[in-house]
Design a protein around this ligand. Structure first.
Ligand code: BGC
Length: 740
């Protein structure tokens, strides 16, 4: 269908191109003349459209596409998930894959892993690569990236987001957006806003004060829009202030389109639109995925029953809805079309290229986090190691299938075991250790893996221990997976603990062999009751196609780890603010964000709680020494920048990368503020013995808090402290400055 419509569009376009050749260019329709400014083209196209055509372009025509205007040669818009790779083609009206044989992709690391690189260049590389894949597959809108803040470790969808800190997420989302869009493919930043859990995601109302909203939950969306220039944004499922986020006056009209000046398209999450009047007036532009009355599987006219289809048309015809509001929506959709589907200058894109596989491996290599490494258990030295025992289901389980809408049909997926064998050959010996989730299909895509296992739990542990005792080194690969109530859309986790019998297996392995490295594959923090008995722990994330290779790179020392946690690992659930205050209950329909701005490390530091692993933590195979932080001027006038510099030296024996982190604390605030907040970071590469000077510029805006009563950002004079270090709980040097 898509190709037919594209063909019509092309024929129609070439007809006008032909007439353009015979007559001066300016005499052709302005909207087809790409030498004209986009706004002029938008107005011209709009003026030629009938009321019916206008309504046609603001709702879906299939599961993932919306109509164009064939009469005018305006093509359809095609969307795709996102955010970790390009989703396989689906049937016209259904979620199920269509069964094409040319729609497999490179699965890139999950966004938690990207955030853990703390490297904006990696985000740019990610955006460029996935943008090229989207473009090659002729998609106009990529449904991602996601920047909902990590409020609770139980949120099943945290793996699709960029962590707990608004500054980190803001910095990391911008290059992704810019690079995707260079391909003539729009991003659709999701899920705006306050979709911080999956339980009751269509029903709960997020009760959040304005200061918390502005300081914690909105900045990454704002950065994506204002700095990244995002061309579309996806409304969330949940309610806020009693209205669904997809048609929410405050979030969409007042903040997004009003305060931020967003000129793009608000797209509903699939099934997130619930009534016509609000959909008309409260900021929604393009309706997708509604399961309205009368729409049954395959009913081709079902889309006419959408809230922004016939019901809207009727109101427009009988005068109860104004065409001005409709025109605003249509202008936005047309603008998006000229930026994407009707952009004649866009590159051709590419799919499954060697460059994309390399990018995935490189990003993963910078995102994997070395959490603990006592006795230098890692890296395992392949020049001397004999037998290496690999244990755990996640070593053999494909993870690109499952988890909800981010599920993929990867062209290749190298599992951890395959990657380790590729690097270490037949020194690797495998044992299962535990049985978790043996399923392997999603919407018709199957892994084809047979993970059935008949041994009892006791036997599996005994067999794993027997192997571990005979090995020089042991690598346990476990964690969560993409099944319901693990890291998966539409449900939250039940608890912080590792599922299945993994804690038992790890305890037993630790007793059997001290050279044990535990690798957690997850997009979420997990409890580690065995931490004192295990020497090395690695957070391996979901890495996609290059999972095994990237993991082997780090475990065997080809890559020196440089990832840092983008969220706190609490020792227990109650150490997280939302849980300490009983402000998360999967059954609640009203979720009060009682912890306010104290999310993640902000809560831990306020309460003086020692996390299992802190925000920003991540070790290296080398050591970094910090000099004293210095402020160019110890006292500046309000409105001036402050400059903080620090020397960092690689004092170890191998080359490595360090993420130098800058946090700021307001020492004399008149309001309650966090002990400190991330306001800068820089990833630097250092050879052994090398020193580099890192200089941060602190802009006045970075020192402000949001005053809800005045509805403005406020900078107070007084003393501030700049904390510079290797993690939020590993501050190496501080310097105070004053704002006059
Ligand atoms: C998800 C979105 C996704 C959409 C289309 C929804 O269920 O929440 O993130 O983009 O489906 O697959």
């Amino acid at each position: 269908m898509k190709n037919t419509a594209r063909l019509i569009a092309i024929i129609s376009l070439s007809a006008s191109v032909a007439s353009c050749c015979q007559a001066p260019k300016s005499e052709g329709p302005v909207y087809l003349d790409d030498s004209q400014p986009i706004e002029a083209r938008v107005e011209d196209a709009l003026s030629r459209m009938t009321l019916e055509e206008k309504v046609k372009v603001i709702h879906a025509q299939s599961k993932f596409s919306s109509a164009g205007v064939p009469r005018l040669g305006i093509p359809e818009l095609w969307t795709t998930d996102g955010p970790h790779g390009i989703r396989p083609e689906v049937l016209w009206d259904e979620w199920d894959q269509a069964g094409w044989t040319n729609d497999s992709c490179v699965a890139f690391p999950a966004l938690t892993c990207l955030a853990a690189t703390w490297n904006e260049d990696m985000s740019a590389l990610y955006g460029k690569s996935i943008g090229e894949e989207a473009r090659f597959r002729e998609k106009d809108i990529l449904l991602g990236p996601g920047v909902n803040i990590y409020r609770t470790p139980l949120n099943g969808r945290n793996f699709e987001y960029m962590g707990e800190d608004p500054y980190l997420a803001s910095r990391m989302v911008v290059p992704y957006v810019q690079e995707v869009q260079k391909n003539g493919v729009a991003v659709c930043v999701k899920h705006y806003a306050l979709n911080n859990q999956e339980s009751k995601r269509h029903e709960y109302d997020a009760v959040v004060d304005d200061r918390t909203l502005y300081e914690i939950y909105l900045p990454a969306f704002k950065a994506a829009v204002q700095e990244g220039g995002a061309w579309s944004i996806m409304g969330a499922y949940n309610f806020y202030k009693g209205q669904h986020a997809c048609h929410n006056e405050y979030l969409l009209n007042d903040i997004l389109k009003g305060e931020w000046g967003f000129d793009g398209v608000v797209i509903s999450d699939w099934g997130g639109t619930h009534e016509t009047d609000q959909a008309i007036t409260n900021g929604l532009d393009l309706e997708f995925g509604t399961w309205t009355d009368g729409l049954t599987m395959g009913a081709t006219n079902g889309y006419d029953a959408y809230y922004l289809a016939d019901p809207y048309l009727e109101k427009l015809r009988n005068g109860t809805a104004s065409e001005d509001v409709l025109d605003d929506k249509v202008r936005r959709v047309l603008r998006l079309m000229f930026r994407t589907a009707m952009n004649n200058d866009k590159p051709a894109g590419s799919m499954c290229s060697p460059e994309h596989y390399d990018a995935a491996r490189k990003i993963a290599g910078e995102g994997i986090v070395l959490l603990k490494n006592d006795n230098d258990v890692l890296p395992i030295d392949l020049s001397s190691a004999g037998k290496i025992a690999v244990i755990g289901e996640n070593a053999i389980k494909m993870m690109t299938v499952g988890g909800g809408s981010s599920s993929l049909k990867a062209q290749h997926e190298c599992t951890p075991l395959e990657g380790l064998i590729a690097a270490a050959g037949d020194r690797i010996v495998y044992e299962r250790g535990y049985v978790g989730d043996v399923s392997g299909s999603y919407n018709g895509v199957v892994t084809g893996q047979d993970l059935s296992e008949s041994r009892s739990e006791e036997q599996l542990i005994a067999d794993a221990v027997a192997l571990a005792k005979t090995a020089d080194a042991v690598i346990f690969v476990g964690g969560l997976n993409k099944a319901s109530h693990q890291d998966c859309e539409d449900s939250d986790r039940y608890h912080l603990e590792l599922p299945y019998a993994q804690d038992k297996v790890i305890e037993a392995l630790a007793e059997a062999n001290p050279n044990l490295a535990v690798v957690i594959i997850s997009g979420n923090a997990v409890a580690m009751p065995w931490i004192d008995n295990v020497n090395a722990v690695v957070e391996g994330w979901y890495i996609g196609s290059q999972m095994g290779h990237a993991l082997a790179d780090v475990l065997f020392g080809k890559v020196n780890p440089s990832g840092k946690l983008p969220f706190t690992f609490p020792a227990k659930l109650e150490d997280n603010g939302a849980h300490a205050l009983n402000a998360y209950d999967p059954a609640d329909l009203s979720v009060e964000y009682k912890e306010g701005i104290y999310v993640g490390y902000r809560w831990a530091e306020k309460q003086n709680i020692k996390p299992l692993f802190a925000f920003g933590h991540g070790l290296s195979y080398t050591d970094f020494t910090y000099g004293d932080a210095e402020c160019a001027k110890a006292s500046v006038k309000a409105g001036s920048n402050v400059t903080v510099s620090v020397d960092v030296t690689n004092s170890g024996k191998v080359a490595g990368k360090e993420v130098v982190q800058l946090y700021i604390g307001d020492d004399e605030s008149s309001v309650d503020r966090p002990v400190k907040e991330l306001k800068g970071f820089r990833k630097i590469s250092l050879e052994p013995g090398e020193t580099k000077t890192v200089t941060f510029t602190i802009e006045p805006d970075m020192l402000k808090y949001f005053d809800a009563a005045k509805h403005e950002w406020v900078l107070e004079n007084g003393k501030f402290t700049a904390y510079v270090g290797s993690a939020s709980d590993d501050i190496r040097t501080t310097v105070q400055f004053e704002v006059r």
